[in-house]
Ligand binder design. Structure first.
Ligand SMILES: Nc1ncnc2c1ncn2[C@@H]1O[C@H](COP(=O)(O)OP(=O)(O)OP(=O)(O)O)[C@@H](O)[C@H]1O
Ligand SMILES: [Mg+2]
Length: 232
């Protein structure tokens, strides 16, 4: 049987607080197919960001395995994981996380420079992406000159710049009003689908989660497919 695009098996992650260990993930399992958009719901503190950090290779599990596109992340060195992330992963954060001293265009260009794209290709790609997110006139603006929705659109362009196979979005609409949140989300989804990418979307909103192909919930350190209709 072919393995899933993302395969997580029996994942454990605990943090140490003083003398005590505090388990966040307690045997989480999941399979995600290539091209799926999956929403991840769970209470605050349930471990959603922890899980995304393990899937992107920012963090390392205590035990269990994470494989993405047949690459077993737990078998990679830290340097290899950094390279893997730079080439294959796009990240969108709740608070945009743009670099304040760089313009919108420079924020998008950075990942392309790290991936050794030519200057000509970077220029083309940045201009194309600014256009895609409706900010073709704002490339020279700094983040603090942009509205929240505009900053998040720059962050989406940045996350997709290197055409990652996997996009991880950690509450990307949590800091926007409801209408702008849905617009930004629709844009993110449309761009990921156009690129045949896979999207994991962390959200507190059931309305947002319902826009995904599938909903997973994280509760008591384990993942489950959401069945039935309940409110968070
Ligand atoms: N580096 C760390 N050291 C110690 N504890 C941590 C660390 N990172 C996260 N935690 C704890 O692990 C638990 C899960 O955190 P995490 O950020 O993954 O939750 P979350 O589901 O993303 O929450 P939210 O919805 O509020 O963003 C929390 O109780 C948090 O305090
Ligand atoms: Mg979080």
């Amino acid at each position: 049987m072919p393995t899933a695009f993302i395969q997580i098996n029996n994942l454990h992650r605990k943090y140490c607080e003083g003398e005590q260990d505090f388990s966040v993930l307690k045997g989480a399992d999941m399979s995600i197919q290539c091209g799926e958009t999956v929403a991840l719901l769970g209470r605050s503190g349930s471990g959603k960001s922890t899980l995304l950090n393990l899937i992107s290779g920012i963090d390392h599990p205590d035990s269990g395995s994470v494989s993405v596109n047949d690459i077993e992340l737990t078998g990679l060195s830290e340097q290899q994981r950094t390279l893997f992330r730079r080439q294959h992963i796009g990240f969108v954060y709740q608070f945009f996380n743009l670099i304040p001293t760089l313009t919108a265009a420079e924020n998008i260009a950075l990942i392309l420079e790290l991936n050794n794209y030519s200057a000509r290709k970077i220029k083309q790609r940045v201009s194309h992406l600014l256009n895609e997110v409706g900010l073709e006139q704002r490339g020279n603006s700094f983040p603090d000159q942009l509205s929240g929705g505009e900053q998040q659109r720059v962050a989406i362009a940045r996350a997709l710049a290197h055409e990652p196979t996997l996009v991880l979005a950690d509450e990307p609409t949590g800091n926007l009003d409801a209408e702008m949140g849905l617009r930004v989300l629709a844009l993110l989804r449309q761009l990921v689908v156009a690129n045949k990418g896979t999207l994991i979307l962390v959200t507190h909103s059931l309305a947002v989660a319902k826009t995904a192909d599938r909903i997973l919930t994280l509760d008591d350190g384990k993942l489950a497919e959401r069945v039935g209709d309940f409110a968070w």
